[in-house]
Design a binder for this molecule. Structure first.
Ligand code: NAP
Length: 324
């Protein structure tokens, strides 16, 4: 495993982080048992992953708590999140503190390394910074959390408007950002500012559905060619991203997707979600592999560099917000 310093938090974290949400939810989302999820986390830790990203709404905090029981607490970096519905006004602060206390109980720990507000939209950001953050900073003084973070919504904020504000406010030490082969705008819109302000970054959406299910990629390409955003040959090709798979390049499109994000300047930790132990090992190997060949990166930039908001589909929807 390779380790980096997560911005101004000073935390040493693995470049691969285990996402405990997404479609897989450590396998719980696809019918696996809690025991299998615990075993998957333990294997990830054995392979050198030390950052686990969960959330109150994922239903995986207790599983994470069980898996880390036998691990010295300072060997693992726990990131979790509170989701505060838009309807909560000033009581949002109380709700966030209650969520923090509940996460501590579920995880069976005394402190959270990175406590994040989950899926904050541009519309709810004022409340996050003015109402919720001050309350959480008081909890930080009590030692319940070490660093505050914020995650963007992805699908409803593809231009990263919320994170662009958050990185300048000095409160959020970590931001979670969407970036992948067909949604590359964080390169210019986010990463220069996170690097300048030493805000740590957790990368989400590297693969999601679009690069793990060929039919989802095909559907996206049909839409994008129909709207004139991509050349028609891409939708007609039997294996449209096949140009990435070759001797000296990636061996699968999924591998290419993880390698693409991993080496982007400004990306600290690449989160991936899986309930499959073979995928766990493959993804770590991908994230430790060299950058994609220059010619492939140039083709990806030329073909997809102007696309925004592709492939950010959530697994399910809640009124006014999509998770996780
Ligand atoms: N707004 C937010 O706060 C937010 C939003 C999205 C995500 N996140 C965080 O980011 C994490 C990562 O997102 P994600 O879970 O969607 O991860 P991802 O790595 O982008 O995509 C995971 C999907 O790809 C599949 N997959 C993984 N490795 C594969 C492989 N080697 N070959 C084929 N398919 C593979 C998984 O299925 P298998 O189970 O079959 O491997 C799963 O369906 C989440 O778990 C969560 O912690 C946060």
């Amino acid at each position: 495993m390779e380790y980096v310093t997560l911005g101004r938090t000073g935390l040493r974290v693995s470049v691969a982080g285990l996402g405990c949400g997404g479609f897989s939810r450590l396998g719980l989302g696809t019918g696996k048992s809690e025991a299998e999820a615990v075993a998957l986390i333990r294997e990830a830790l054995d392979l050198g992953i030390n950052l686990l990203d969960t959330a109150a709404v994922y239903g995986t905090e207790t599983v994470v708590g069980e898996a880390i029981k036998s691990v010295p607490r300072d060997r693992v970096v726990i990131a979790t999140k509170a989701w505060i519905p838009r309807s909560e006004g000033r009581s949002a602060a109380d709700r966030a503190v209650a969520s923090l206390d509940n996460s501590l109980r579920q995880l069976g720990t005394d402190y959270i390394d990175i406590f994040q507000l989950h899926g904050v939209s541009p519309r709810t950001y004022d409340r996050a910074i003015d109402v919720i953050a001050p309350a959480l900073l008081k909890e930080r003084e009590k030692g319940k959390l070490k660093h505050l973070g914020v995650t963007e919504t992805g699908s409803s904020d593809p231009e990263h408007a919320m994170v662009q504000r958050a990185v300048e406010d000095g409160v959020w030490d970590v931001v979670m950002v969407a970036f992948h082969m067909m949604h590359q705008n964080a390169r210019t819109e986010v990463f220069p500012r996170t690097m300048a302000n030493r805000v740590g970054t957790l990368l989400m959406f590297a693969v999601r559905n679009i690069f793990s299910r060929p039919e989802r990629l095909a559907a996206a390409l049909r839409e994008l060619t129909a709207s004139g955003q991509l050349p028609h040959w891409l939708a007609d090709a039997p294996n449209p991203l096949g140009f990435l798979v070759h001797e000296g390049g990636a061996s699968t499109v999924t591998e290419a997707a993880y390698r693409f994000v991993r080496h982007e300047p400004g990306v600290d930790v690449v989160l991936f979600g899986t309930g499959d132990r073979a995928h766990l090992r493959a993804n770590i190997a991908s994230l430790l592999a060299p950058p994609l060949p220059l010619a492939d990166r140039q083709t990806l930039a030329q073909l997809f560099g102007r696309l925004v908001g592709v492939g950010l589909d959530p697994p399910y929807s809640m009124p006014g917000f999509s998770l996780p």
